[in-house]
Design a protein around this ligand. Sequence first.
Ligand SMILES: Nc1ncnc2c1ncn2[C@@H]1O[C@H](COP(=O)(O)OP(=O)(O)O)[C@@H](O)[C@H]1O
Ligand SMILES: [Mg+2]
Length: 294
Amino acid sequence: MTLILDKVTKTFGSYKAVDDMSITMNNGVYGLLGVNGAGKTTLMRLLSTIMKPTGGSITYKGRDIFKMGAEYRGLIGYLPQEFGYYPDLKVRDYLMYIASIKGLPAPIAKRRISTTLRLVGMEREASRKMKTLSGGMKRRIGIAQAVLNDPEFLILDEPTAGLDPKETIRFRNLIGRLAENRIVLLSTHIVADIEAVASQVFLMNKGKILVQGSAAELCGSVKKSAWICRLPEHEAGRAAQRFQVISMHKEGSEAVLRVLSEEIPVPGAIQANTTLEDVFLYYFGEEAGEYAEL
Ligand SMILES: Nc1ncnc2c1ncn2[C@@H]1O[C@H](COP(=O)(O)OP(=O)(O)O)[C@@H](O)[C@H]1O
Ligand SMILES: [Mg+2]
């Protein structure tokens, strides 16, 4: 089950949202990590055949996905970033409607809806109207509609957006269960999501994949080490200008900084293991700053 993107480009006017991208995916969970505007949603729209690339090819098991058309769409599941639903439909009726769009015969659809609702822990909500569900519940129904046809390739665009911590943990467990025997591609700008579930990570920025690999491989790709520095508070500002700061907090009159540096940044600094969060900051620098507190 191989999905291959070969030199895929998508331009909007003169802007390249996806820029000459070549990647290969086999079974497993792939995390697409990048700041807002990196091109993640555009890439996922291409993969779900909602949009055609301006250049390059996408093949699944050796066949062009746009030539496969409906056959390919029957094999995939897609949770869009902005997931539309019908507020007055009951959960079960909404899923029946999606099942009919996907061409599932009614008896199979009924069975799949029951299994899927159990999978996402929503079996007791089947008769509730969509508009009465919490944000996290709606997301779970979004995931349910994406997996209704037991897809070989599951595309989830920011599936954890708006989930509370408990729901996020539930979601991570769910992805673990879904990962067998299929390709799962999920996008996020939250490093912890990826660390928990993805065996392969694509770091995306400005339409390109900057680096790809397991979390450990990505950590190994960073040329700097992470250091924990304890400084008197008034020295923290100057240190922050000299080094790439991952995080900073106060402890009494001291500032504790986590920084990236090739050499020991300040006397007494303690070297720490590089995390994916460090990797993200290393590649995205200032752009990622707004996410540093997440
Ligand atoms: N339909 C469109 N028309 C014009 N520009 C678009 C369109 N879709 C996305 N873009 C632009 O492409 C870039 C990447 O967007 P997007 O794929 O949504 O990134 P991400 O999902 O990583 O936040 C952004 O600069 C966005 O404004
Ligand atoms: Mg997006």
